[in-house]
Design a protein around this ligand. Structure first.
Ligand code: GDP
Length: 360
């Protein structure tokens, strides 16, 4: 599928840059335009591969908003015309979708991304999705509370919010900061494959995926989740049937961007590899297994022909908000928000203030 990407804030810019670079390196040409928007000039200066736009200079003079996501939302609202103008020519009649990319725990992306999605929905006919990075468990309470409000507002504004938990794809024992590069690589590879899977050349695979299948999988709105796993392919087709089952299981059960999110309204299973190594029987078996496991009767399947000695399974879940992991995160965000308010408010007021509010 042809996409336009807009990264907001530091994580948003970094992930957008990595995605654009991966797409270009692989020659997929799914990413049509990529723009990074930030209120912190220094963060934009470290980006080399995407166009950049500084917003809010009149308010914060290029120094960013700290972790104040209300200010992040305000700045996006007041500079929205500049951002929309910068997108001219990047979102074209060939675009299948727009993705707004942001870390949800900070300020500029956390507040700016929902405000930007809101405006894009009014201007463009194509679906507007968010790609949101959730803070890891050991990032501070302010980050959890910010991400809770940002997610709540995104879920209202975006056609679907693809969530990546910063704890999901990083190696054990690694500090989060030091791990960003590796996490971003994984995001770029997986989300990049998802974009490119709707771009597969017709006639090469037996049943290639179309961009409408990605869009239909995300049609139920709410929260979506992506999973991936791969193993070396074999010369033996019976072995490849087992491998396809094995990578599909791992992609869903241990490889998703939100751990433990397996229940969904709809799903898409893409098997990537050399066309002659992809066994029809294995793909069908894995697809049926996925129907049982996700509790969804709408599991789409397809091939992604790719020159590789491995077989990979990419799983996209749509309408995946019923997961324990997401409940647990929203509880954490509510608690953090409540703790902040307890510090500030009269104890008698607490009871009316214990809900996460929308950002705007
Ligand atoms: P902003 O610039 O104000 O939008 O805030 P940041 O993007 O710096 O931080 C928001 C969240 O994203 C926090 O939870 C950070 O830990 C996380 N984050 C920051 N940079 C990156 C990055 O490059 N990759 C990933 N995966 N997460 C990041």
């Amino acid at each position: 599928m042809k996409v336009a990407l807009i990264g907001v804030g530091q994580a948003g810019g970094n992930v957008t840059e990595r995605l654009a670079r991966f797409d270009a390196d692989m020659g997929f040409e799914a990413v049509q335009g990529a723009l990074a928007v930030n209120s912190a000039e220094a963060d934009l200066q470290s980006l080399e591969f995407v166009d950049t736009l500084l917003i809010g200079a009149d308010r914060v003079n290029g120094h960013g908003v700290g972790a104040d996501n209300e200010l992040g939302a305000e700045i996006m609202q007041s500079d929205i015309q500049q951002v929309l103008s910068a997108l001219d020519g990047r979102v074209t009649s060939r675009s299948d979708a727009i993705f707004v990319v942001a870390g949800l725990g900070g300020g500029t992306g956390s507040g700016g991304a929902p405000a930007l999605v809101h405006h894009l929905q009014r201007v463009y006919d194509v679906p507007v999705y968010a790609l949101g990075v959730l803070p890891g468990r050991n990032e501070g309470a302010l980050y959890q509370a910010n991400a809770g409000r940002s997610l709540k507002t995104l879920a209202r504004e975006a056609d679907s919010t693809l969530l990546i938990d910063n704890d999901a794809w990083h190696e054990q024992g690694e500090s989060i900061g030091g791990a960003f590069d590796r996490i971003n690589d994984k995001i770029a590879q997986r989300v990049g494959l998802l974009f490119a899977s709707g771009e597969a050349i017709e006639g090469v695979g037996e049943s290639v995926v179309d961009s409408s299948e990605v869009i239909n999988t995300l049609r139920s709105g709410g929260i979506s989740v992506l999973g991936y796993a791969s193993e070396v392919a074999s010369e033996d087709s019976a072995q490849n049937i087992r491998t396809v089952m094995s990578v599909a299981r791992q992609a869903l059960l241990t490889g998703t961007s939100m751990p433990d999110a397996t229940k969904a309204d709809s799903a898409l299973l893409v098997i990537a590899g050399r066309p002659e190594a992809i066994p029809r029987k294995g793909v069908e078996k894995a697809r049926r297994w996925m129907e049982d496991e996700t509790g969804s009767m709408q599991v789409r399947g397809g091939d992604f022909p790719l020159e590789s000695d491995r077989l990979g399974a990419l799983v996209l879940l749509g309408g995946a908000e019923r997961s324990d992991r997401i409940d647990e995160f929203m509880d954490r965000a509510r608690e953090a928000k409540k703790a902040q308010e307890d510090e500030r408010t009269d104890p008698a007021e607490q009871f009316t203030n214990d809900r996460l509010e929308n950002l705007f």
